[in-house]
Design a protein around this ligand. Structure first.
Ligand SMILES: [Mg+2]
Length: 257
């Protein structure tokens, strides 16, 4: 798969015909907060997403590392087709939900993570039951220790688990499903099927979906400046993503001025 520097040009605004849009949440739609539970949904964003979903005939999905229930509370009352936990759980366009693939994470891992964080101010454990994330945004010096901890879990848990690295976070999760497989699953369903997928995301976990979007004839839009990336286009930050989406959500006659 192509890995290069994404160009600065975002996708054309008025050309939504035949497109399907997949959006990561943290760092893409929403500004990253110091703590994962301190994330804020800006006023008007839910309305923009609802309008955009209408303009795409429903072919708009969220693809996030958060759990679907958590995304539903963040974006209430909107309930879009959604992939949660990096693709481990999926809600299809007809509302049916697949339960997370793989087993729940073993108790000792959870206990070890909490003990680790207890001794390190600023390290935050996010327990998502089937995955577990250790955040060190507030304790950047802990990065090496967090990495060693996660590698230890891989050795203990054995095959079937992998490490997902992100921005100031390391997450342990079951292998087999990622944001790319989630995008492919949704693309097999109406109204996504037969459309050209566009995936917008900011982090390493989104690269799986950039790859899959390209495989299915579409492309990725990277938020930020990370290189290399499988994305073809880029936008500088979540504020630029929100402005771009708001522009596309305008009624047709206004956006084609
Ligand atoms: Mg993100």
């Amino acid at each position: 798969m192509r890995r290069a520097a994404p160009s600065a040009a975002p996708a054309p605004v008025a050309d939504l015909h035949g497109r399907a849009l997949f959006l990561d949440v943290d760092g893409t739609l929403l500004d990253i907060a110091a703590r994962p539970d301190a994330i804020r949904v800006p006023a008007g964003l839910v309305t923009v997403l609802a309008r955009l979903s209408d303009r795409l005939d429903g072919a708009l999905a969220l693809v996030s590392g958060r759990a679907i229930d958590e995304l539903d509370s963040l974006f209430a009352p909107l309930q879009l087709p959604t992939a949660g936990l990096h693709g481990l759980e999926i809600r299809l366009p007809d509302g049916t939900r697949s339960s997370p693939a793989g087993e729940a994470l073993a108790g000792p891992v959870r206990a070890e993570a909490l003990a680790f964080a207890a001794g390190r101010p600023g390290v935050i454990v996010e327990d998502k039951r089937h995955t577990l994330a250790v955040h060190f945004r507030l304790a950047p010096d802990a990065e090496g220790a967090v990495d060693a901890l996660a590698r230890g879990w891989l050795a203990t848990l054995g095959a079937g688990w992998e490490i997902q690295r992100g921005k100031a976070v390391v997450e342990i999760r079951p292998v087999g499903r990622d944001k790319g497989t989630a995008l492919a699953t949704l693309m097999r369903q109406a109204p996504f099927d037969g459309r050209v997928p566009l995936m917008v995301g900011d982090d390493l976990t989104d690269e799986h979906a950039f790859d899959m979007a390209a495989t299915l004839g579409g492309h990725g839009v990277l938020v930020g400046h990370r290189q290399p990336s499988a994305a073809r286009f880029r936008l500088p930050d979540p504020a630029a993503v929100r402005a771009w989406l708001a522009d596309m959500a305008q009624p047709l006659q206004e956006s084609r001025r």
